[in-house]
Design a protein around this ligand. Structure first.
Ligand code: EPZ
Length: 424
């Protein structure tokens, strides 16, 4: 029996949301601890299912760690990869979380060998890893595929290289950066991804003794070193969680204070477009206040790599545009199947027409509560947002999707005068 969430409609968000550390920064940072035999301390780690999955993968590999909860929303993890005895990321873990591919670069760089299960697809698309493998081969690794596993070796060690990504890839850039920090010589990555989570990883690697420059731009340079040492690093706040709660304020015509980071810097493309839609952003101490105009205006969105409009906020933005005073268009350029939330939103009275990776959203006056189910992490939250604004009660099934990427959602909403109820 899967857990469900029941939400009464017509609630108004009004309060303060402490934003947790970024899931998509914590995952590569945890993988990066494989690069050193010394103790690494990671703070502001979000207590999420995906983090627990990555920790169980590191445990299988032989990394020792201790996790301490600092608050309901953050923990400190101390890790040490001095007793690693296996270089394998098994299918049963990788199929639960594609980001497990992030152990490929560190294992290859530190130990010269790894077996990582091919991730397989997921709800939002095929999600190949061919660019990760091309990058490893460019660094001199030998890569073969057998029984669904990637087997990569670098008996003579990795050698610095110049590599241009055919298109920006977030975890592909992260894997290459982690592999190159221990390579012999200089590596130059061109057309690298520029997401803040990549910048955060580079900052931590440099604290560990790596020599990385250009992170955050499309050209990253890494001068290889022979070993990395201990470090203490706090995870960057989660811009996607922040954007999600910003939309919660907008769709309920309420107000939220997002605390814990410089969200204007972390969400440039999002803030630009959501301002057009009628959200009002005001800087506050260590955060950002979000309110909404009386009416939400229609806008056209195109998802793009950072600093463009984040694909991970596409589903949530669509929920908001369902109640805009006109017709909006969303073009999803990153993932080929990231409109799974459309059918569920339609069950709530939304009027959306999908043609390939283009969605045309005709604003309606009122959404209606309904039984719906989550299909993937971000789609699940778009249904929560629609439910908050809808007339009537919504029951959301398959809530485990939510728990992968959002921590303590009931508690964070309770601090904003919004009640959502979890039940089996
Ligand atoms: C990261 O996934 C994020 N996950 C995703 O967030 C996010 O949607 C995505 O970046 C885009 O921003 C993590 O950081 C753990 P990509 P990633 O490689 O790295 C193609 C969430 O909701 N591609 O940047 O897997 C790919 O098909 C998740 O938190 C190749 O063709 O995404 C896509 O079209 C969902 N070959 C594009 O590049 C490759 O080898 C961008 O993918 C790699 C990617």
């Amino acid at each position: 029996m899967t857990e469900k969430i029941r939400i009464q409609g017509k609630q108004i968000v009004d309060g303060v949301v402490p934003i947790s550390g970024a899931k998509n920064a914590a995952l590569p940072l945890l993988a990066a601890t494989l690069l050193s035999s010394e103790k690494i301390v990671l703070r502001n780690v979000p207590p999420l299912q995906d983090v627990r999955t990555m920790l169980s993968l590191l445990d299988d590999i032989g990394v020792r760690f201790h996790l301490k909860s600092d608050s309901p929303y953050a923990s400190t993890v101390e890790l040490q990869a001095d007793t690693v005895n296996d270089f394998r990321a098994s299918y049963d873990i990788v199929k639960r979380m594609r980001a497990s591919i992030l152990v490929l670069g560190p294992l290859l760089a530190r130990f010269g060998e790894c077996y990582v299960s091919l991730p397989g697809g997921c709800a939002i698309g095929v999600r190949p890893v061919d660019l990760h493998l091309q990058g490893m081969e460019a660094l001199g690794a030998t890569v073969s595929l057998k029984d669904g596993y990637i087997h990569a070796t670098s008996s003579k060690g990795l050698k610095g290289t110049e590599f241009e990504f055919p298109q920006p890839t977030v975890t592909g850039t992260e894997n290459m950066m982690m592999a190159a920090v221990l390579a012999d010589g200089k590596t130059i990555l061109k057309n690298a991804a520029r997401e803040p989570e990549i910048v955060d990883l580079a900052k931590c690697l440099n604290k560990m003794g790596a020599r990385i420059t250009g992170h955050g731009s499309a050209t990253i340079e890494i001068d290889g070193v022979t070993r990395l040492h201990s470090a203490d690093h706090a995870v960057v706040p989660d811009r996607i969680e922040a954007g999600t709660y910003a939309i919660a304020a907008g769709i309920t015509h309420g107000r939220v204070d997002l605390k814990g980071g410089n969200f204007r810097e972390l969400l440039p493309g999002f803030i630009e477009k959501m301002t057009e839609a009628g959200l009002i952003f005001t800087d506050i101490e260590n955060g950002l206040r979000v309110e909404s105009a009386e009416k939400i205006s229609p806008v056209d969105l195109e998802t793009a790599p950072f600093p463009g409009y984040p694909t991970d906020l596409q589903a949530q933005s669509m929920a908001l545009l369902c109640i805009a005073s006109g017709t909006s268009n969303i073009y999803e350029h990153i993932w080929e199947n990231r409109f799974m939330h459309v059918a569920e939103l339609a069950r709530m009275g939304a009027n959306i027409k999908v043609t390939g990776t283009h969605a045309c959203i005709y604003g309606v006056d009122q959404l209606l509560g309904a039984p719906v189910y989550a299909t993937d992490l971000r789609a699940s939250f778009s249904l929560v947002l629609a439910a908050l604004a809808a007339e009537g009660t919504t029951v959301l099934d398959r809530v485990y999707h939510l728990d992968r990427g959002y921590c303590k959602i009931e508690k964070k909403f309770a601090e904003c005068s919004v009640k959502i109820e979890r039940f089996k």
